[in-house]
Design a protein around this ligand. Structure first.
Ligand code: SF4
Length: 233
């Protein structure tokens, strides 16, 4: 109880609103596996048409921490798993340095199909639009209801919009724990792909260190809330 109130004190006083994923309007199913099965046939927006496959969230069913990214990238689209490309590798390293065990986290994306522009043989990432984010929140909202995590990490602007609408911003609120209306806090940070785009070596190192600092708040929060639950996929 004391730990919980300590964690509450660490939270930002930003009055967060509810984004589409936390609006209560989402898919209904008895399990994550059943949700994934439903989502495999999803045609709620056009993104399924060009993507190779659905990339649904993955991780332990008893995960206390859920990390939400933007959408699968080229590697994820081909592999069918989230965060297995270059950004996922940076995320792994930074989680490790921050003292967070990735294998105990559930990793997912705001949008479940890869959106890209074809340039010759290359498929270049294209940011999902507001309509696509809104449509795909149908699945993220259901994942969060199934998992009922202790803490959600919003990796970048798309994740933040789907969780908390436009009441919170990555630049403005980075590193803050926002007390979300859903009943668990949302930690605001960047998407690891941002680190891959920084050209200046010094700036890249500084931003990476700050990302590790942000993620260290996950480890601190976990420590405040006791031993992890055990019920794996
Ligand atoms: S991106 Fe989301 S909403 Fe659009 S088709 Fe894929 S699963 Fe459905």
């Amino acid at each position: 109880m004391e730990a919980r109130s300590k964690a509450r004190k660490q939270m930002s006083r930003v009055a967060a609103k509810t984004g589409p994923a936390l609006s209560g309007e989402h898919a209904k199913a008895r399990s994550i596996a059943a949700l994934r099965k439903q989502a495999e046939g999803c045609e709620r927006c056009d993104l399924y048409k060009n993507a190779t496959q659905l990339v649904f969230g993955e991780g332990p069913l008893d995960a206390r921490i859920v990390l939400v990214g933007e959408q699968p990238g080229d590697r994820e689209d081909l592999a069918g798993h989230p965060f297995v490309g270059p950004a996922g590798r940076i995320l792994d390293e930074c989680l490790h340095e921050a003292g967070v065990d990735r294998s105990s986290c559930y990793l997912t994306n705001a949008v479940k199909h890869f959106k890209f522009e074809q340039r010759g043989k290359r498929r270049l990432h294209s940011r999902p639009n507001a309509g696509e984010i809104q449509r795909c929140s149908w699945w993220l909202g259901a994942e969060l209801e199934q998992l009922r995590p202790d803490l959600v990490v919003a990796l970048g602007a798309t994740a933040l919009v789907t969780l908390l609408g436009r009441s919170v911003g990555v630049t403005r609120n980075r590193g803050e724990l926002i007390d979300a209306p859903a009943g668990y806090p949302v930690l605001v940070t960047i998407h690891p792909s941002y680190l891959l785009r920084i050209r200046d070596g010094e700036d890249a190192a500084a931003q990476r260190a700050r990302f590790v600092e942000d993620l260290a708040k996950v480890a601190a929060y976990e420590a405040d809330h006791g031993a992890p639950r055990r019920r794996r996929l």
